[in-house]
Design a protein around this ligand. Structure first.
Ligand SMILES: CC(C)(COP(=O)(O)OP(=O)(O)OC[C@H]1O[C@@H](n2cnc3c(N)ncnc32)[C@H](O)[C@@H]1OP(=O)(O)O)[C@@H](O)C(=O)NCCC(=O)NCCS
Length: 167
């Protein structure tokens, strides 16, 4: 990454208050309860990282194995991860404005793709919201139009798109 003092580290249970606060700031239109975010971290700690700027929380990512073509509902706990996952799913990557445009999001996206590839997943996937499609396209994600998913995507926002990257 380009700046000193900017670093990702593994997220722990102690970080979840900060994560919920940041989610409220970055995603005011996509509310998810603290227990929903906490469950993602608990279910797959290997995919949960906190970004710090000068040791203060400045962003997070939550990701986990999943089934391609089944979208998790917004603000809902998963219960458990699928027994036979076939995609590595990025639930959310969110940076406070102070931490943007320094390469931190690209850094963790590349790290997650290495992890996903090492685990043998053929794809990564996510739902792009918030005008983030361009960012994901730079990371080789492509929009996947699956008509059966349109109603579910609409519950995120009208512009929400499923994006898939082949590994
Ligand atoms: C999307 C987000 C994670 C990108 O973070 P970032 O800090 O800008 O990312 P990086 O610094 O790693 O940027 C990498 C490149 O992507 C570009 N980029 C960033 N956001 C972009 C966007 N929305 N559209 C097109 N390009 C974008 C940057 O300009 C940069 O290009 P450069 O290397 O030529 O300078 C960040 O803007 C964010 O947290 N947004 C709010 C939350 C959100 O929408 N998350 C995605 C939910 S699916």
């Amino acid at each position: 990454m380009k700046l000193p003092g900017v670093a990702w580290r593994t997220m722990t249970g102690y970080d979840l208050d900060a994560v919920a606060r940041m989610a409220g700031v970055v995603h005011p239109d996509f509310y998810e309860a603290p227990e929903v975010l906490a469950e993602r971290q608990r279910l797959y700690p290997h995919g949960s990282y906190l970004l710090e700027v000068n040791e203060r929380p400045a962003g997070y990512v939550l990701s986990h194995p999943w089934r391609l073509g089944t979208l998790p509902a917004l603000n809902a706990e998963l219960g458990e991860l699928p027994a036979e996952p076939d995609t590595y799913y990025i639930h959310d990557l969110a940076l406070l404005p102070v931490a943007r445009r320094v390469g931190a999001a690209s850094y963790i996206t590349n790290a997650l793709s290495k992890h996903a590839r090492a685990q043998g997943f053929p794809t990564m996937s996510l739902v792009a919201v918030n005008g983030s499609q361009g960012f994901w396209q730079r990371h080789e994600f492509e929009v996947a139009d699956i008509p059966e998913l349109f109603p579910k995507l609409l519950t995120y926002e009208p512009e929400a798109r499923l994006m898939v990257r082949r590994l």
